[in-house]
Design a protein around this ligand. Structure first.
Ligand code: 4NP
Length: 166
């Protein structure tokens, strides 16, 4: 049995470690959903296992906090088989994440796989660069591009829900 979410919409953001990009995407999407009165389950996960159970990177927490969003309580986990059934959308930060998801997706998985900037006009296929080895200032720039991506996805999901309801 795979548990569904309200309206059967759920978004899982995925990066490599689940400590930098996807936790920021999770927090930013949650705020974007609240702003749209959108009831949509959101989580994040990593394709790798090296940071299991860890809090987001302090630089990511700081970048989110600068925008009024608290991601400090999120903990890293790895993508698992059930995710491909539980979520309607699994959204990768870069091409390597997307390829790792495709390699792991069960044949009968129901989630749609995409990249974060695919929903942004003119930026389809562009990656969210990994800020992990960059300067702390890179996290502010990363936050901004992630925020652009999640707002585009929130708009798209509102539209999809409207189409389904109608
Ligand atoms: P993330 O960033 O995929 O955005 O969470 C990374 C975090 C950790 C590592 C690489 C990327 N790492 O190699 O430990």
């Amino acid at each position: 049995m795979h548990g569904g979410f309200e309206h059967n919409f759920g978004v899982l953001f995925v990066c490599l470690g689940n400590i930098c990009r996807s936790p920021m995407a999770e927090g930013a999407f949650r705020a974007a959903a609240v702003a749209r009165n959108l009831a949509c389950h959101v989580e994040s996960a990593g394709t790798a296992s090296f940071h299991l159970g860890c809090s987001p990177d302090p630089r990511a927490i700081t970048a989110a906090r600068a925008h009024g969003i608290d991601i400090a309580q999120q903990t890293a986990r790895q993508i698992e088989r059930d995710d491909f059934f539980r979520f309607s959308h699994i959204i990768a930060m870069d091409r390597a994440n997307l390829e790792a998801l495709r390699a792991r997706a069960p044949r009968d998985g129901t989630a749609r796989l995409a990249m974060l900037l695919d929903a942004v006009e003119g930026r389809r296929g562009e990656p969210i660069a990994d800020p992990y080895y960059g300067a702390p200032a890179a996290f502010e720039a990363t936050w901004n591009v992630i925020n652009t991506g999640v707002n585009a996805w929130a708009d798209r999901i509102v539209h999809e829900m409207t189409m389904r309801a109608g």
